[in-house]
Design a protein around this ligand. Structure first.
Ligand SMILES: Nc1ncnc2c1ncn2[C@@H]1O[C@H](COP(=O)(O)OP(=O)(O)OP(=O)(O)O)[C@@H](O)[C@H]1O
Ligand SMILES: [Mg+2]
Length: 298
């Protein structure tokens, strides 16, 4: 698939009608740069319930991978595994060639939204600055001016300069979310993990966040793993989709995965994918597997 700036992005090489489920991501090509993220045979289960298994994934520089799935399908847990804070049942994860077990610093992370308590004694700006030096005391002293400039730029990018002067706990959910996106970007990440960053955002700010993340991967080649319940706002940016359901998954280009036959096979029951008023809508999945997702479209 042609992705950013006409560059060729990683694709699965399975038959065009079937998105990959258990085969390795064989997108290697001499012309392709090395993957930033490599997942091999990743499996995770809690209390006997498998979230995903046999997950093989290469994410290359500049790629935008959208992760979809029902509530509880394991999207956030996957991001935590990529961050190295959730151990796999089996399999390996490497970022820039290094095992995540060793801990990576240059991973930008927008966590799934939790409201920050009203009385939190921190301004939006302080939260963003933690993205630069929160884990490296000393940087603050050595490069105070440079730090300020980076924080200013990240805040400006999310239209958050004024908001950042206010106590973070007093900001609305959507405003807090914009501070979190700025925090993830300010660290100059080699890989960007976003867990439903569009939650609580109005349409305007949704578009702004998507375009910000899209710009980042185009200008810096930072690959993006983006969890969302609604694929529509990110569809134009999406190179591939990873769809988690029923302990299994499908991986491929949006048109390979968001298909009635592919999702019906994944869920083990009839599922229809339709385009309604320019939006992709997925209908018919079992409510107990996906109670939320279907109401909002794929
Ligand atoms: N540390 C843990 N111990 C036991 N179960 C866990 C643990 N972490 C997550 N789970 C369970 O794993 C499942 C997947 O959780 P996860 O947060 O990854 O879902 P999700 O796909 O992000 O859902 P949502 O769309 O609601 O955010 C849930 O049923 C959750 O309760
Ligand atoms: Mg989640």
């Amino acid at each position: 698939m042609t992705g950013r700036d006409g560059a060729s992005c990683a694709v699965t090489q399975d038959a065009p009608t079937a998105a990959s489920s258990s085969h390795p991501d064989r997108s290697a090509h001499p012309a392709h740069p090395a993957p930033v993220l490599e997942v091999r045979g990743a499996t995770l289960a809690f209390h006997g319930r498998t979230l995903w298994s046999g997950l093989d994934l290469d994410v290359r520089p500049g790629e935008f991978l959208t992760v979809l799935g029902a509530n509880g399908s394991g999207k956030s847990t996957l991001l935590k595994a990529l961050l190295g804070v959730q151990r796999l049942g089996s399999g390996t994860i490497r970022i820039q060639g290094e095992s995540v077990a060793r801990g990576r610093r240059r991973v930008g992370y927008v966590p799934q939204q939790r409201l920050i308590p009203t009385g939190t004694p921190m301004r939006g700006r302080d939260l963003v600055a933690l993205g630069v030096d929160g884990h490296r005391p000393g940087v603050r002293l050595r490069g105070r001016r440079a730090l300020r400039a980076r924080v200013d730029a990240a805040l400006a990018a999310v239209d958050g300069t004024e908001l950042a002067r206010r106590p973070i706990g007093q900001l609305s959910g959507g405003e807090q979310q914009r501070m979190r996106v700025a925090q993830a970007l300010v660290s100059d990440p080699a890989l960007l993990l976003c867990d439903e960053p569009l939650g609580s955002l109005d349409l305007h700010h949704q578009q702004e966040v998507v375009s910000l993340v899209d710009q980042r991967r185009r200008s810096h080649g930072t690959p993006v793993v983006f969890v969302t319940h609604d694929v529509n706002p990110v569809l134009p940016a999406t190179d591939r989709v990873l769809y988690l359901a029923a302990g299994s998954h499908r991986l491929g280009r949006p048109e390979e995965v968001l298909r009635s036959d592919v999702l019906s096979e994944l869920y083990g029951t009839r599922v229809d994918v339709a385009e309604v008023a320019g939006r992709i809508v997925v209908l018919g999945a079992p409510a107990h597997l996906d109670p939320h997702h279907w109401e909002e479209g794929a």
